[in-house]
Design a protein around this ligand. Sequence first.
Ligand code: PLP
Length: 396
Amino acid sequence: SKAITAEIYNAIKGSSLIRKMFEEGARLKKLYGNENVQDLSIGNPTLDPPQIFKENLLKHAKNIPPQGHGYIPNIGLPETQEAIAKMLSNIEKINIPKDNVIVTSGAAGGMNIIFRSILEQDDEVIVLLPFFPEYEWYAKNWRGKVVKVETDEKFHPNIEKIEAAITEKTRAIIINSPNNPSGAVYTQDEINKIGELLRKYSKKHDRPIYMISDSPYMRLCYDGIEPASIFLAYENSFEVGSFSKDMSIPGERMGYVIVNPNCEYSKDLINAFVLCNRILGFVNANRFFQKIIADSLPAIADIKIYDKLRKIIYNGLTESGFECVEPKGAFYIFPRAPKGHDGTSFTQIMAKKNVLIVPGVAFGSPDFFRISYATNESTLRKAIPLFKQALDEIRK
Ligand code: PLP
């Protein structure tokens, strides 16, 4: 193309696998009707936002002051920083000052301002398989690249393998727990051990290696599990969070970055993130929704519903003979494709049965496939027998 870069041209041609399933789904739904296509491909929350969020939305809409749509500080509104700092202080078990919170345009915006600030040419960012594919783009956007590291059979970190992947170019590791796509929630002990490792190599290489906790699913944990404290485990760390998933408002683009209060060079980092919020063109996260968030936290969507769906799909698949690890958080499950198949060929088999899933290769793990159970119960209940049917046909 004479218009666009070769890199972006090729990316469009390759197209994201998740996106492809989305388009295939639209085609099938048009052909067979919505109720006859079971779409388990996209992580778009189905729950209603919390009631208080809706009330605050109306309240603020009715009370917009003069210039109430004007620019605000790039770092965010003070009341929103305050509300996020308070909520995260509880989760992280450490006191977070309000000015360590930068309100961002989603977690995605947060990841980009961090990489823009910390990556030099060819710096490496460690990701643990399976991983959210956008990380590769976010790193590449800002001169870096991802280094993929295998996890154990339950998708938990393998410390030796992480250590073996560290080089002088290593600048950060992304921790995504609860994980998209596996649903794994890492333990405090695992995070502590990664912290020890980063401390050792930051010293050895005389440059901080950052722990970036990308945690939009932090408040979506089940079975009484609590997310580990990143900030207690390792000082040179950031929390990147979002209300997309836990408040069901992904289209409103509300997220944040928090710099660990014990981080070295924290003033430099905060100043850099604020500058990058501006120069990457976000300028400030949506002002109107910052007001609503400030008044609504720590409200959360009714996640008991996801928990119920989680049990239905996990039990349904294991009873049908699939090999899967029980997810402990987020709203995905990542089963192994049946013997003789990989995630891609199995995805095609399921598409013929009008069930849409995402092949694991999209997340760097080709032997698996991802199901999003952020859907409704009837969709899941219609899909489960079709999974069983597919497995029975394969085994015949
Ligand atoms: N990180 C992970 C692991 C995700 O799954 C997603 C969205 O699917 C994001 C980040 C982006 O979230 P946001 O909508 O807050 O930008």
